[in-house]
Design a protein around this ligand. Sequence first.
Ligand code: NAD
Ligand code: UFG
Length: 341
Amino acid sequence: MTILLAGGAGYIGSHTAVSLLEAGHDVVIVDNYINSSPAAVDRVEELTGRTVTRYRADVTDKAAMTAIFAENTIDCVIHFAGLKAVGESGRVPLRYYRNNLDTTLTLLECMAAAGVKRIVFSSSATVYGDENPVPYVETMRRGGSSHPYGWTKIMMEQIFEDTAKADSDLSVVLLRYFNPIGAHPSGRLGEDPRGVPNNLMPYITQVAVGRRDRLTVFGGDYPTPDGTCRRDYLHIMDLAEGHLRAVEYAMAHTGTEVFNLGTGTPYSVLEIVHAFESASGVAIPCTIGPRRPGDLPQFWADPSKAERVLGWKARRSLEDMCRDSWNWQRQNPMGYGENKE
Ligand code: NAD
Ligand code: UFG
């Protein structure tokens, strides 16, 4: 099969590209590199020994996307292309609404014009909002969000559902990711955020490699066992393999289906720090600071539907996640470095 990865040069897309290529599929990557580097695609090719068809294009550019759909026979699309920084989304909400909704609308319109009927979408645990009890189950109602990024995911899920209702041949798989961390075990691919990392694991690895002095733990007074927030961290290669199963599912079904991709086991911020320290042998100085606005005390997945329906289960341990994150950062202290746009 040929699978178009919109935003495929990014953290999740590049690892997913490796899994798809290794399974024998062909991959077309479209990315404008607004938050990634062409070097990641080079490394996907290096790791797999396969060639990726790639386009530098904005997924909101209808003319460019129409041409890409005309030049390639696409069996399925995976839509990773979006802006994802929660805090930034509050400062520049229109940029988030424009980019995230417009990439989705443009892809769906180009797919309709080209007769492509299968799409897998990068949704997020954030759509459960703060009203649902944990663990989150797919049958729960979507909640609201405290930030525009979360609202874009909620709105995009609705757009997909409505579009699939109107076209009975369309197949939509909404993947609600929990907290992906880790890197390809080779250390050649990994997470390379721009500027100060928003997320926990890249912040920790940048402290470990000497790029930052210390970690600030956002809040030590939550109603959790050690007072710090708990999340459902999963290995990026488990997440990548979940996309392979999701594409197979999309090829065989129509309508909209939603899957949580998580492990079902929460870990606190301090547990992550300690696990990283033992996997890497590097001490991570930390200070407990104030809470970060909008953070929920704890959430994790009920991942049983993905296991039952897709045959997917996260297999890698927290130790694997920490070891591979560190392996990546140690080998690439500046990420993709000067290759970054
Ligand atoms: P990322 O920023 O590494 O990847 C997104 C990619 O999309 C980047 O390569 C970026 O350059 C590209 N992109 C953005 N807008 C584009 C546009 N208009 N045209 C072309 N390319 C564009 O992020 P990621 O962590 O790989 O996340 C992928 C998707 O998964 C995003 O939609 C994100 O919201 C979602 N998600 C991520 C997480 C997470 O923790 N990483 C959690 C839940 C959901
Ligand atoms: N944290 C710190 N210090 C840091 C960074 C993070 O203590 O420097 C803490 C956060 O407060 C949180 C935990 O580490 O308790 C995880 O934070 P991340 O930012 O790594 O992840 P979040 O769970 O906040 O965010 C993730 C995705 C978002 C998504 C959200 C759903 O990154 O895309 O889950 O709520 F919207």
